[in-house]
Design a binder for this molecule. Structure first.
Ligand SMILES: Cc1cc2nc3c(=O)[nH]c(=O)nc-3n(C[C@H](O)[C@H](O)[C@H](O)COP(=O)(O)O)c2cc1C
Length: 161
Protein backbone atom coordinates (compact mmCIF):
# COMPACT_ATOMS: atom_id res chain seq x y z
CA UNK A 1 0.00 0.00 0.00
CA UNK A 2 1.18 3.48 -0.92
CA UNK A 3 -0.08 6.93 0.05
CA UNK A 4 -0.61 9.30 -2.89
CA UNK A 5 -1.79 12.87 -2.37
CA UNK A 6 -2.66 16.15 -4.08
CA UNK A 7 -2.39 19.33 -2.03
CA UNK A 8 -2.45 22.96 -3.07
CA UNK A 9 -1.79 24.86 0.12
CA UNK A 10 -0.30 22.12 2.31
CA UNK A 11 -3.11 20.98 4.60
CA UNK A 12 -3.70 17.67 2.79
CA UNK A 13 0.05 17.18 2.54
CA UNK A 14 0.25 17.37 6.34
CA UNK A 15 -2.36 14.62 6.63
CA UNK A 16 -0.48 12.49 4.07
CA UNK A 17 2.79 12.87 5.96
CA UNK A 18 1.09 12.22 9.31
CA UNK A 19 -0.46 9.04 7.91
CA UNK A 20 2.91 7.98 6.50
CA UNK A 21 4.59 8.54 9.87
CA UNK A 22 1.94 6.46 11.64
CA UNK A 23 1.85 3.59 9.15
CA UNK A 24 5.39 3.70 7.69
CA UNK A 25 3.80 3.61 4.24
CA UNK A 26 5.62 5.40 1.44
CA UNK A 27 4.10 8.76 0.46
CA UNK A 28 4.11 10.29 -3.03
CA UNK A 29 2.55 13.28 -4.77
CA UNK A 30 0.28 12.77 -7.79
CA UNK A 31 3.10 14.28 -9.90
CA UNK A 32 5.26 11.27 -9.02
CA UNK A 33 2.70 8.69 -10.22
CA UNK A 34 4.89 7.57 -13.11
CA UNK A 35 7.03 5.78 -10.52
CA UNK A 36 4.05 3.70 -9.37
CA UNK A 37 3.15 0.25 -10.66
CA UNK A 38 -0.54 0.18 -11.66
CA UNK A 39 -1.17 -2.94 -9.52
CA UNK A 40 0.11 -1.29 -6.35
CA UNK A 41 -2.62 -0.59 -3.79
CA UNK A 42 -3.10 3.12 -3.08
CA UNK A 43 -4.78 5.22 -0.43
CA UNK A 44 -5.44 8.60 -2.00
CA UNK A 45 -5.76 11.98 -0.26
CA UNK A 46 -6.88 15.07 -2.15
CA UNK A 47 -8.14 18.56 -1.39
CA UNK A 48 -11.70 19.39 -2.33
CA UNK A 49 -12.73 22.12 -4.73
CA UNK A 50 -16.46 22.70 -5.12
CA UNK A 51 -17.14 19.07 -4.23
CA UNK A 52 -14.49 17.58 -6.54
CA UNK A 53 -11.54 15.74 -5.02
CA UNK A 54 -8.58 17.22 -6.86
CA UNK A 55 -6.04 14.87 -8.43
CA UNK A 56 -8.29 11.81 -8.23
CA UNK A 57 -9.00 11.75 -11.97
CA UNK A 58 -5.31 11.10 -12.62
CA UNK A 59 -5.57 7.82 -10.66
CA UNK A 60 -8.47 6.23 -12.56
CA UNK A 61 -6.22 3.50 -14.00
CA UNK A 62 -4.55 2.82 -10.66
CA UNK A 63 -5.50 0.44 -7.87
CA UNK A 64 -7.09 2.95 -5.47
CA UNK A 65 -8.41 1.19 -2.34
CA UNK A 66 -9.61 4.20 -0.33
CA UNK A 67 -10.04 7.95 -0.84
CA UNK A 68 -9.75 10.82 1.64
CA UNK A 69 -11.03 14.28 0.79
CA UNK A 70 -9.94 17.35 2.72
CA UNK A 71 -12.15 20.41 2.97
CA UNK A 72 -12.81 23.21 5.42
CA UNK A 73 -16.28 22.23 6.61
CA UNK A 74 -16.97 20.26 9.80
CA UNK A 75 -18.23 17.48 7.53
CA UNK A 76 -18.13 16.85 3.79
CA UNK A 77 -20.41 19.25 1.91
CA UNK A 78 -23.22 18.63 1.23
CA UNK A 79 -22.71 15.06 2.58
CA UNK A 80 -20.54 11.95 2.07
CA UNK A 81 -22.98 10.31 -0.35
CA UNK A 82 -23.01 13.33 -2.66
CA UNK A 83 -19.19 13.52 -2.63
CA UNK A 84 -18.94 9.78 -3.39
CA UNK A 85 -21.37 10.11 -6.33
CA UNK A 86 -19.79 13.32 -7.65
CA UNK A 87 -16.31 11.77 -7.61
CA UNK A 88 -17.42 8.32 -8.84
CA UNK A 89 -15.93 6.41 -5.95
CA UNK A 90 -18.86 4.15 -5.13
CA UNK A 91 -17.69 0.86 -3.64
CA UNK A 92 -14.49 2.07 -2.00
CA UNK A 93 -14.19 3.69 1.43
CA UNK A 94 -14.34 7.49 1.57
CA UNK A 95 -13.01 9.42 4.55
CA UNK A 96 -13.55 13.14 5.08
CA UNK A 97 -10.63 14.96 6.72
CA UNK A 98 -11.06 18.49 7.96
CA UNK A 99 -8.25 20.54 6.42
CA UNK A 100 -7.91 24.26 6.42
CA UNK A 101 -7.23 27.38 4.45
CA UNK A 102 -5.32 30.63 4.48
CA UNK A 103 -7.16 33.96 4.83
CA UNK A 104 -8.79 35.12 1.60
CA UNK A 105 -6.48 38.16 1.31
CA UNK A 106 -3.46 35.82 1.09
CA UNK A 107 -4.90 33.80 -1.83
CA UNK A 108 -4.16 34.49 -5.48
CA UNK A 109 -5.62 33.91 -8.94
CA UNK A 110 -8.75 31.93 -9.75
CA UNK A 111 -9.06 30.46 -6.25
CA UNK A 112 -9.27 33.97 -4.79
CA UNK A 113 -11.89 35.01 -7.35
CA UNK A 114 -13.98 31.86 -6.76
CA UNK A 115 -13.84 32.13 -2.99
CA UNK A 116 -14.62 35.87 -3.09
CA UNK A 117 -17.77 35.10 -5.07
CA UNK A 118 -18.69 32.30 -2.70
CA UNK A 119 -18.13 34.61 0.30
CA UNK A 120 -20.34 37.30 -1.24
CA UNK A 121 -23.07 34.71 -1.79
CA UNK A 122 -22.82 33.45 1.81
CA UNK A 123 -22.89 36.98 3.20
CA UNK A 124 -25.97 37.88 1.19
CA UNK A 125 -28.04 35.12 2.83
CA UNK A 126 -30.60 36.38 5.27
CA UNK A 127 -30.96 33.17 7.29
CA UNK A 128 -27.44 33.05 8.75
CA UNK A 129 -27.05 30.24 11.27
CA UNK A 130 -23.96 29.30 13.31
CA UNK A 131 -22.61 27.03 10.57
CA UNK A 132 -22.88 29.78 7.96
CA UNK A 133 -21.22 32.34 10.24
CA UNK A 134 -18.38 29.86 10.79
CA UNK A 135 -17.98 29.32 7.01
CA UNK A 136 -17.75 33.11 6.49
CA UNK A 137 -15.18 33.51 9.26
CA UNK A 138 -13.06 30.63 7.92
CA UNK A 139 -12.86 32.17 4.44
CA UNK A 140 -12.09 35.66 5.78
CA UNK A 141 -9.68 34.74 8.57
CA UNK A 142 -8.26 31.35 7.61
CA UNK A 143 -8.47 28.16 9.61
CA UNK A 144 -6.38 25.12 10.51
CA UNK A 145 -8.39 21.98 11.26
CA UNK A 146 -5.60 19.41 10.77
CA UNK A 147 -5.52 17.04 13.74
CA UNK A 148 -4.02 13.59 14.18
CA UNK A 149 -7.25 12.28 15.67
CA UNK A 150 -9.07 12.95 12.39
CA UNK A 151 -7.01 10.13 10.86
CA UNK A 152 -8.34 7.55 13.33
CA UNK A 153 -11.07 6.13 11.04
CA UNK A 154 -8.46 5.79 8.26
CA UNK A 155 -6.03 3.97 10.58
CA UNK A 156 -8.83 1.72 11.81
CA UNK A 157 -9.70 0.80 8.22
CA UNK A 158 -6.02 0.11 7.42
CA UNK A 159 -5.76 -2.15 10.49
CA UNK A 160 -8.71 -4.29 9.42
CA UNK A 161 -7.10 -5.12 6.09
C1 LIG B 1 -11.68 27.65 -4.88
C2 LIG B 1 -11.84 26.76 -3.69
C3 LIG B 1 -12.94 25.91 -3.59
C4 LIG B 1 -13.13 25.09 -2.48
N1 LIG B 1 -14.21 24.26 -2.43
C5 LIG B 1 -14.39 23.47 -1.33
C6 LIG B 1 -15.51 22.59 -1.24
O1 LIG B 1 -16.33 22.47 -2.14
N2 LIG B 1 -15.67 21.86 -0.11
C7 LIG B 1 -14.79 21.94 0.91
O2 LIG B 1 -15.01 21.28 1.92
N3 LIG B 1 -13.70 22.73 0.86
C8 LIG B 1 -13.48 23.49 -0.24
N4 LIG B 1 -12.38 24.31 -0.31
C9 LIG B 1 -11.42 24.29 0.79
C10 LIG B 1 -10.23 23.34 0.57
O3 LIG B 1 -10.63 22.11 0.04
C11 LIG B 1 -9.52 23.07 1.90
O4 LIG B 1 -9.07 24.29 2.34
C12 LIG B 1 -8.40 22.05 1.82
O5 LIG B 1 -8.12 21.56 3.12
C13 LIG B 1 -7.12 22.62 1.22
O6 LIG B 1 -6.17 21.59 1.10
P1 LIG B 1 -4.67 21.85 0.64
O7 LIG B 1 -4.04 22.79 1.63
O8 LIG B 1 -4.04 20.50 0.69
O9 LIG B 1 -4.68 22.40 -0.75
C14 LIG B 1 -12.17 25.12 -1.42
C15 LIG B 1 -11.05 25.96 -1.53
C16 LIG B 1 -10.87 26.76 -2.64
C17 LIG B 1 -9.65 27.64 -2.70
Amino acid sequence: MLIVYESKTGFTKRYANMLAAKTRLKVLRVKELSKVNQDEEIIFLGWMKVGKIKGLDKLRKYNVKAVCGSGTGRTAEPDNEAVIARNKIEGIPFFYLRGGCFPLKELKGMDKIMLSMFLKMLKSRKDKDEKLEEAISIIENGFDGVKEENLEPVLKWLNTR
